[in-house]
Each structure stands twice: as structure tokens, then as C-alpha cells.
Design a protein around this ligand. Structure first.
Ligand code: ADP
Length: 465
């Protein structure tokens, strides 16, 4: 089963905090215990030395050993875990804790062993016997043997202290663990929340709500980038969707007129209202022709919008001259004069598509020129750009039409009235091709005086991508 990011993050944070707390507890426990053990070991040595010293003070030069006091001292020491045995200078026993109370001595030793066993300290201790020379006024008066648990041992109080210390560290560790889990969960939630929101937005977009947008003000850089990407994607889809709807309604609209014309014409002929004269059949044929042009133009546009640009190196002036030659018949029919001027410009672009651009612009110039008009095409280089302009002295374009002529199926009223045969896609195709090359098409025009279309694109259009 896949665990959620929230669970993984919470567990991750909790584990890190837990390990940190455990390490701190262990290290501090180790250090405190070590210091405490060193202190106790030193104290042990110091105590046994002081016991020997106190014993030597119980000797009087005239009356000898004060055995009662030594007994008191010895019993007191025994309570603290020291077994004292005192000898005089003749090696005769003056006082011996074990022979005095053997059972208590064993009890005490057993108690120490049990306590130390419980501590499970790495340093295993043992009972050792230390001998001290006893002196009085600089002369030797005997010696004392003191047996104790070395290097140190814990009496009841010290043992309780170490136990409490471990307990405190355990409590701190437990509180820290609970805190870690809570902090981990809160932190994970804070990180996850914007991701969950981004996912919800993506889901809404997937369900068709293209106007839905992710929060672009996220505080984390990566999340901000994720939200921006989602928003860009949504905008793109929204645009594509609008275009698709627009195209569908435009195509339906464009098809309706010729189809209605064809069906009405055929209807009246079939019903015997009118004869199928050549003129009538010619009208139907032209409408069908119009439909074929529309379909083939749409195909071209679809190809350009989907196709990749296939670049080769060629001379733009040569291409323009070559393309213009194909229009000689139409030009002559209208009595137009065509001049192709300018300089050789080597370009690295899609030759077939550029021919289409020149062809569309020139065909429009011819279509919208008056009889005996003049068309000038100029090719030049301007910095890194290739510039091509097509100028005519035809009907011109109104200010408001200028904004719309690059849209699909747009035709000005004048061009419709003149029955130019255009379907309103030529400029859209030209514009799409030039854009794909990283360039622009602009138009300057005055109604009744003519128009000039200017194409500018990088001579080597690879450099723009
Ligand atoms: P069409 O097939 O109708 O020519 P275009 O997309 O090529 O479609 O042109 C769109 C419209 O722009 C034309 O219908 C016409 O109104 C206008 N237009 C284009 N070129 C010219 C021009 N050289 N002179 C006047 N009007 C033009």
C-alpha cells in the first residue's frame, strides 16, 4: 500500500527528532554518569585514606590504642562500605570489623554487589584491600587494612540519584517524542496543504473548469513554480478550447451559406420551377468550388499549426520572383504591373511555407487591386532580419478591419461584395507561418489608396529558438 506524503513526512520528522533526542539523552547520560563515577572513585580513595588517618589519631603515646574509639570509627566506616582492620607494629590485630561482626560485614558486601549489579556498569568493580601505614608523631605505630568496592560503589543515596537521573532523562525523552510527533504532523500539514490545493486545482481543470487557477502566491519557490506551471497549462488549455469552439462555429457558419445556396438552387430545379440552365448549373458549380477551396485552406492551416518547420537555406529574392511568376496570367488579366525589387537575402527558413506567405500576400494584392493597378514587392535585409513588403494601390482596408483581417474567416464587407472568392484564411495562414519563424506581419493601409503588408523575420530563424 502506498503511504501518503503527509504520513511519510510526519514519520520522517518524528524519526529525525526522536533520533536527535535519543542521542542527546544517551550522550548526556553517558557524560553525567562518567563524571559522577569519577567523582565517586576519587571520593572512595579519599575516604579510605581519611579513615586510616582517623585511626592513627586514636593512638596515645602513653596509653596506647583507644580501642573503643577505633571500634566506633570502624563501625561508622562499615556503614559506609569500608571494612577496617587495624594492626599494631607487632602485626597483632588491634581491631577487626570482620571478627567483630562477620554477618553484618557480609550483609553490607552483598548489598553493594547487588546494587552495582543492577547498575550494569561496563566497568566491573570488585572488593580490594588497601594497606595504610599508621604513624604517631613521626613514628610507626602499626598499619590498617581497608577493604572496599573499587573503583567506586553507590550507597543507597547515590544509587537513588542515578536512578532518578535516568528516570528524568526517560521522561524528557518521552515528552520530546510526543512533541516530535506533533511537530512532525503540523510541519507536514503545512508543507502538504499547498500541494493538496494544487492537486485540487489540477483536478478541477481536468474536469473541464478551465478558468480554475492555482494560488500563485505560495511561499515556497518550488510550489510557486508548480502553481505557475499549472496556471500556464490552464491558460493554454482555455485558449485552445476557445479556439476550438470558435473554429467549429466559424466553419459551420462558412459552410452554411454555400450549402444553402446549392440546396435552394437544386430544389427549384427539381421542383420544376426553373430550368437547369447552364448559368444556374455554373452558379452551383461555383458554390461547390468555394467549398473545396475552404476545405483545402483549412487543411493548410491545420498542417501549419501542427507541423514542424523544415528549414533550408535559400535566397528570399529568388523565391519571391519565382512565386510571382505563377501569378502572371492573373496579373495580365487585370492589366496590373508587378515589380519585384530589392537585394539578395540569404535566409534559413522553411522554403515551402515562405512561398505560401508570399503567394497569399500577392494573391490578395491582385484580388483587391483596381484594374491596371500597380503592385510592388521589395526584399531587403535589415540587421539580422529579412524584410519582405507587398504594396498595392487597391481598395485599401478600413481602420477597424485592420485589427481583424488576420483572424480566421474574416473578410471585410467590401471584399465580400466584390465576390473575390476568398474564404478569409489566407492572412491567418501567412501570420501562423511567420510567427512560427519568430517574425511578424504588419499592415499599413488607407481606404481607396492601397495597402502595404510587411513581413519581418530573423534571416536565420534558428537563433530565436
Ligand atoms: P481572403 O481569402 O478573403 O482574401 P485573407 O485572410 O487573405 O482572406 O484576407 C482577409 C481580408 O483582409 C480580406 O477578405 C480583405 O478584406 C482584407 N485584405 C487582405 N489583403 C488585402 C489587400 N491587399 N487590400 C485590401 N484588403 C485586403
Amino acid at each position: 500500500m502506498k503511504r501518503s506524503l503527509r504520513t511519510q513526512l510526519s514519520l520522517g520528522f518524528a524519526t529525525i527528532i526522536l533520533i536527535t533526542v535519543a542521542l542527546i539523552s544517551l550522550v548526556s547520560n553517558f557524560l553525567i554518569t562518567r563524571e559522577f563515577e569519577n567523582y565517586m572513585a576519587n571520593q572512595q580513595k579519599k575516604n579510605s585514606f581519611e579513615i586510616a588517618n582517623s585511626v592513627s589519631m586514636q593512638y596515645d603515646g602513653e596509653t596506647g590504642w583507644n580501642v573503643d574509639y577505633i571500634h566506633g570509627l570502624g563501625m561508622y566506616a562499615l556503614n559506609d562500605g569500608y571494612i577496617v582492620k587495624v594492626y599494631d607494629q607487632n602485626n597483632a590485630v588491634v581491631w577487626d570489623a570482620e571478627s567483630h561482626d562477620m554477618e553484618y560485614c557480609h550483609q553490607m558486601m552483598q548489598g553493594i554487589l547487588e546494587r552495582m549489579e543492577q547498575l550494569k556498569s561496563e566497568k566491573k568493580g570488585q572488593f580490594i584491600t588497601q594497606s595504610y601505614e599508621l604513624q604517631h608523631d613521626g613514628t610507626e605505630i602499626g598499619w590498617a587494612e581497608i577493604t572496599y568496592y573499587s573503583p567506586y560503589y553507590f550507597d543507597e543515596n547515590a544509587f537513588d540519584f542515578v536512578r532518578s537521573l535516568n528516570l528524568i532523562l526517560l521522561v524528557i525523552g518521552s515528552i520530546a517524542l510526543i512533541g516530535a510527533v506533533c511537530a512532525g504532523t503540523v510541519l507536514a500539514s503545512r508543507i502538504i496543504k499547498p500541494i493538496v490545493q494544487a492537486k485540487k486545482t489540477a483536478d478541477r481543470i481536468a474536469e473541464g473548469d478551465y478558468s480554475s487557477r492555482a494560488d500563485g502566491t505560495a511561499k515556497t519557490q518550488e510550489l510557486k513554480e508548480l502553481n505557475t506551471s499549472i496556471n500556464n497549462m490552464a491558460e493554454q488549455i482555455e485558449r485552445q478550447e476557445a479556439l476550438r469552439k470558435q473554429l467549429t462555429s466559424d466553419v459551420a457558419h462558412e459552410l452554411r451559406t454555400p450549402l444553402t445556396n446549392i440546396s435552394t438552387q437544386l430544389e427549384v430545379v427539381l421542383e420544376g420551377i426553373f430550368d437547369p440552365t447552364e448559368e444556374r448549373l455554373q452558379g452551383i458549380y461555383e458554390e461547390i468550388q468555394r467549398l473545396s477551396v475552404l476545405v483545402s485552406e483549412l487543411e493548410k492551416l491545420q498542417q501549419i499549426e501542427n507541423n514542424v518547420i523544415e528549414r533550408t537555406e535559400f535566397d528570399l529574392l529568388d523565391l519571391t520572383r519565382d512565386t510571382a511568376r505563377a501569378f502572371e496570367v492573373e496579373i495580365n488579366k487585370k492589366g496590373l504591373s508587378l515589380n519585384v525589387l530589392g537585394e539578395s537575402v540569404q535566409v534559413f527558413a522553411d522554403e515551402r511555407k515562405m512561398r505560401q506567405v508570399i503567394s497569399n500576400l500577392l494573391s490578395n494584392a491582385i484580388k483587391y487591386s483596381f484594374e491596371n493597378g500597380k503592385i510592388d514587392i521589395a526584399v531587403k535585409r535589415c540587421g539580422d532580419n529579412a524584410v519582405l513588403s507587398v504594396k498595392d494601390d487597391g481598395i485599401g482596408i478600413s481602420e477597424e478591419d485592420k485589427q481583424l483581417i488576420f483572424e480566421r474567416f474574416y473578410r471585410s464587407d467590401k471584399s465580400r461584395n466584390r465576390k473575390t472568392g476568398g474564404v478569409g484564411i489566407g492572412l491567418t495562414i501567412a501570420n501562423a507561418i511567420v510567427k512560427a519563424h519568430g517574425g511578424t506581419i504588419t499592415v499599413k493601409s488607407e481606404e481607396g489608396k492601397g495597402s502595404i503588408f510587411t513581413v519581418i523575420f530573423p534571416a536565420d530563424s534558428r537563433k530565436t529558438f
